[in-house]
Design a protein around this ligand. Structure first.
Ligand code: 13P
Length: 339
């Protein structure tokens, strides 16, 4: 198999029918914040136990194609001594790794950020290959505000995504390319559409000019929604229609799939919206989920850091996975949600 064939095969497998991608790649500080919401102490071992609870939930292989981990997590082991990478491989689930190092203030653009992590990336990618990663993720963050995002911010982030994706492909790792337009703000859905479109156009220009193989990536995108503080929130039908319109305008058909982040939507909202898109007929790409919070809540609260809650937390997690799987097939409904 050539490296191009391998990149494309991994991308297709990540968005394979019926399955989505689990994001448990919160950095330790973000994980600590999420744990604090439920009064859970955050230590390397409590984070390890929590991630083990999720990845060993019986049956996750039926719904999950790949798991995105953080540097700490991909090096951790289950209670039985097997590395998380081995646990996932045994289940037929691909191990993946977040390789950006987070946000830095963008010079000369007050309030705007650029994602860091290109320094030393080539070497880190080779190390992650040795650990057993099959794919990678890099998240750019674009915030809508008065007068922002600037074109400078969009283009700088898109350029970094292109550099990351090319380096990941050089190492034989399929890149998940994630330009997230945040839901924070009081903008309406039309503004989100405008910004998402500008961002995606810029990202694909960079991917093309930096020689990335488009059949060997997965796009991780936000849905086109109104801002959380918007006086009029777009409904499911509008979100589905406008998201698809944006994707059709910007995402070449050769990209095998788009995996949505949840971005602060509840599990039910995210599933309803994904389901609506998958009910609208034939699309050029697979549309699936790569949720973090929308899959992990409420199982995080059910777990609460207590070993005796593991089975109940796993059941709550599996329910969310089943709902994601249904939404991915256009079969999600409120009856199914109620069980
Ligand atoms: P959320 O689904 O919680 O937005 O997280 C997905 C993710 O991986 C963001 O990078």
């Amino acid at each position: 198999m050539t490296i191009e064939e391998k990149l494309a095969a991994t991308a297709s497998a990540l968005v394979t029918t019926g399955k989505g991608i689990l994001a448990i790649d919160e950095t330790s500080p973000t994980c600590t914040k999420r744990f604090a919401e439920f009064g859970i102490e955050s230590t390397a071992d409590s984070r390890r136990s929590y991630r083990e609870t999720l990845i060993t939930a019986p049956g996750i292989g039926d719904y999950v194609s790949g798991v995105i981990m953080f540097d700490e997590t991909i090096r951790q082991t289950a209670k039985d001594g097997r590395s998380f990478v081995d646990v996932l491989n045994t289940l037929g689930v691909m191990p993946g790794i977040k390789v950006d190092t987070g946000l830095a203030a963008l010079a000369k653009a007050p309030g705007e950020n650029v994602t860091d992590g290109l320094d030393g990336l080539r070497e880190r990618l080779y190390e992650y290959c040795e650990i057993g990663a099959r794919f990678t993720k890099w998240r750019a963050v674009i915030k809508i505000g008065p007068g922002t995002p600037s074109r400078y911010c969009i283009e700088t982030n898109a350029h970094a995504l292109g550099r990351y994706a090319a380096l990941a492909q050089e190492a034989g790792l399929t890149p998940i390319v994630e330009p997230e337009v945040l839901m924070d703000g009081d903008h309406d859905v039309g503004r989100c559409l405008e910004v998402t479109e500008e961002v995606l156009q810029s990202v694909f220009r960079e991917l093309n000019s930096q020689r990335c193989l488009l059949e060997g990536i997965v796009l991780k995108a936000n849905m086109v929604t109104s801002g959380i503080g918007s006086p009029r929130r777009a409904n499911t039908g509008e979100i589905a229609e406008l998201t698809l319109k944006t994707l059709r305008r910007c995402v070449p058909a050769i990209v095998p799939g788009v995996a949505f982040l949840s971005g602060g939507q509840t599990g039910k909202e995210a599933c309803r919206n994904l389901n609506a898109m998958n009910s609208l007929g034939r699309l050029p790409w697979e549309l699936t989920f790569s949720f973090g919070r929308a899959l992990q809540y409420p199982s995080l609260g059910v777990w609460g850091g207590e070993p005796h809650n593991v089975p109940a937390a796993q059941a709550a997690f599996l329910h969310r996975l089943r709902m994601g799987g249904a939404a991915r097939a256009g079969m999600y409904s409120s009856e199914l949600e109620r069980g």
